[in-house]
Design a protein around this ligand. Structure first.
Ligand SMILES: Nc1ncnc2c1ncn2[C@@H]1O[C@H](COP(=O)(O)OP(=O)(O)O)[C@@H](O)[C@H]1O
Ligand SMILES: [Mg+2]
Length: 294
């Protein structure tokens, strides 16, 4: 595989047996670097990630990693793909170094000396070398996720899929995981899903927003915030006035703050007295793009 490696998602749809259309005509082209898929719970992120990881098959459309057709040649595709699922199970009572060695054997590392080197390299890379003899089920959530990253990196994948890696982590653990993800080689494609805007803002150069199975925007985080430039207004209102503003203006978010309601409005002109312009953040844009039916 060459420098021009691309992940291509072409018109992918997924209809589950219960009638839920989790993905509806999703198309994305992704180059090496960190790509973020942002969406609320239920948006369809895991459905897309599981399909890329060859764990399920789309109802329609194509998935291609470079020359490899992921849907038609799943075994071939798996040689190039590392995956950290949203729910990562671990075997109780097995030291991290032994578990990673075992997973390396499953991944095809037959040469024991090379396997020992690879396991050592990865445990250092995710900063778990000092706790390598502890059983993974005694790890904190953040350590467990870092172990998950290590196992996903076995065999130097060209595509690394990480599904909601920071969900449930405290801020310190999240920062530590951010550092590790940011340090991973830039010549592979890292496809990261999250519902946490800060993950994307910190890590990703390119991103897409998935909403109810549809891609509602793609670009760099700056492209997203630029869309709202000059169109965002903020005002602190009394609770009794909120309904009226809601009826008349395009309110994209509200938040109670010190007894007042902080209201965010998207519009060309100021919605009126008490509002002032606001510099848009990625979170504001995410609210704006997913405001309907959320
Ligand atoms: N195996 C399944 N069978 C039926 N519906 C499913 C299944 N997996 C997910 N869904 C539904 O598909 C939608 C998208 O789910 P999911 O891909 O898990 O979203 P996300 O990861 O963004 O939270 C949700 O409405 C969910 O309930
Ligand atoms: Mg999910």
């Amino acid at each position: 595989m060459s420098d021009a490696l691309k992940l291509q998602i072409r018109n992918v749809s997924k209809l589950y047996g219960n009638g839920v259309k989790a993905l509806d005509d999703v198309s994305l082209t992704i180059s090496p670097g960190m790509f973020g898929l942002l969406g609320h719970n239920g948006a369809g992120k895991s459905t897309l990630m599981n399909s890329l990881a060859t764990l399920q098959v789309p109802s329609a459309g194509g998935l291609r990693l470079g020359e490899v057709d992921i849907v038609a040649e799943p075994a071939e595709a798996r040689r190039f793909i590392g995956y950290l699922p949203q729910e990562f199970g671990v075997y109780p009572g097995v030291p991290a170094i032994e578990l990673l060695d075992y997973l390396a054997q499953l991944k095809g590392f037959d040469n024991p000396a090379k396997r020992v080197d690879e396991v050592k390299r990865l445990l250092h890379a995710v900063n778990l070398w000092d706790v390598r003899t502890r059983s993974v089920d005694t790890y904190s959530g953040g350590m467990r996720q870092r172990f998950g990253v290590a196992q996903a990196l076995l065999g130097e994948p060209k595509l690394l899929i990480v599904d909601e890696p920071t969900a449930g982590l405290d801020p310190t653990e999240r920062n530590r995981l951010h550092e590790i993800l940011a340090s991973i080689s830039r010549d592979c494609i890292i496809f990261l899903s999250t519902h946490i805007v800060e993950d994307i803002a910190t890590l990703c150069t390119e991103m897409a927003v998935l909403h109810r199975g549809h891609i509602v925007g793609t670009g760099s985080p700056d492209d997203f915030t630029a869309q709202l430039e000059g169109r965002l207004w903020i005002g602190d209102l009394d609770t009794k006035d909120v309904a009226e503003v809601r009826a008349e203006a395009n309110v994209i978010a509200t938040k109670v703050q010190r007894g007042k309601v902080r209201v965010l409005v998207e519009s060309e002109a100021s919605p009126g007295a008490g509002f002032e312009p606001k510099t848009p953040t990625l979170e504001d844009t995410f609210f704006s793009l997913t405001k309907t039916h959320h």
